[in-house]
Design a protein around this ligand. Structure first.
Ligand code: ATP
Ligand code: FE2
Length: 331
């Protein structure tokens, strides 16, 4: 079965084509275009206009790169939520139009669950992980329990990626600046104390951001502030992930989202896993960030297990929670 997925929850619009090969996901193509705000944060309407402008060429590019014909696509899936309304609507409209014109079934999927399933589908040996999902807008620790993907911990304010991007934006480091902060942090030598803010199993980043910005204003070395920012926030993420693993007794940890590219975060989570005798997995970067292939793969899993979606049920859901999904494709 060949499935095409359209991702459009935030500033990226992506089209991926996947094939099921004996229960594993083979990515045939995965094209992404990202909206770059000229200044400031992401403006939902402008991001949606960007997506509308690029979706048609992305569709043909991705299908061509996959080496298939539109007629060979068996299923169309799209990111139904959570995300920014105008962006979601643009992706959903494109998916509906495509499914109707190809006369193929349509399935809307949960974006966060897709991040987890693409790890299970593409990384060998990854079967039942705790997912640490760290992107711009999202920060969640997710695991499968009693028929659903449950959120064991999450951010109470901004996502970790947004926290890093906001910090960098104040300093004129461009956008997105997670990678720049990583470079500065690697040259840090002195740890500057920052609030360590875990509340139960949840996390908060805005106080840390304010404190880090204050250090910059006081003239502290940027390398040291970046280093301290990473050490503090990544230790918090690792702690919550470890507690979720202990609670669920899972032996695998998986990273997902754009911040999973960060080497220091990988190192910390990997060390924690090793200490527990657990296995550590991270998918390749192209399926870690927001992408169409993960949407296609989850669409396939759902369809294969009997899920069908009528056109009138394909409305987007900006607040589509991870634990609202009935996970019928797993035992
Ligand atoms: P979502 O809608 O799922 O929240 P998104 O569109 O913000 O996603 P992704 O493409 O998953 O996100 O990730 C983008 C984020 O990843 C940005 O905030 C960026 O700064 C961050 N990022 C990318 N590379 C690194 C890195 N090496 N270190 C830290 N952060 C990084
Ligand atoms: Fe994402």
């Amino acid at each position: 079965m060949i499935c095409l997925g359209i991702e459009g929850t935030a500033h990226s619009i992506g089209v991926g084509v996947i094939k099921n090969v004996k229960g594993a996901c083979q990515v045939l193509s995965n094209r992404i275009k990202t909206y770059q705000p000229e200044k400031g944060g992401i403006h939902p309407r402008e991001a949606a206009n960007h997506h509308a402008l690029h979706i048609a060429s992305l569709l043909s590019d991705s299908v061509q790169a996959a080496g298939v014909d539109f007629a060979e696509i068996d299923l169309v899936s799209f990111s139904q939520g959570p995300g920014l309304g105008p962006c979601l609507r643009t992706a959903a409209t494109a998916a509906r139009a495509l499914a109707l014109s190809l006369e193929k079934p349509l399935i809307g999927v949960n974006h966060c669950v897709a991040h987890l399933e693409i790890g299970r589908g593409t990384v060998k040996g990854c079967k039942d992980p705790v997912l640490l999902y760290v992107s711009g807008a999202n920060t969640q620790v997710i695991a499968f329990a009693e028929g659903k993907y449950r959120v064991f911990g999450e951010t109470l304010d901004v996502g970790i990626g947004n926290c890093l991007d906001k910090f960098g934006r104040e300093l004129g480091l461009g956008f997105p600046c997670g990678p720049k902060i990583e470079e500065f942090a690697a040259k840090g030598t002195e740890y500057l104390a920052l609030p360590y803010s875990i509340k139960g199993m949840d996390l908060a980043f805005s106080g840390i951001l304010t404190a880090a910005e204050a250090y910059v204003q006081q003239g502290k070395r940027l390398e040291d502030v970046c280093y301290s920012l990473q050490e503090t926030t990544f230790a918090m993420l690792t702690e919550v992930t470890e507690r979720a693993m202990a609670h669920t007794e899972k032996q695998e940890v998986l990273l997902g989202g754009g911040v999973a590219s960060n080497k220091r975060l990988r190192e910390m989570v990997q060390t924690m896993a090793k200490d527990r005798g657990a296995r550590f997995f991270v998918p390749s970067r192209d399926v870690c960030v927001d992408n169409g292939a993960m949407i296609a793969w989850l669409g396939f899993l759902m369809y294969q297990s009997g899920v069908r979606m009528k056109l009138e049920d394909s409305l987007i859901n900006q607040r589509f929670r991870t634990d609202m999904v009935e996970v019928c494709w797993r035992d």
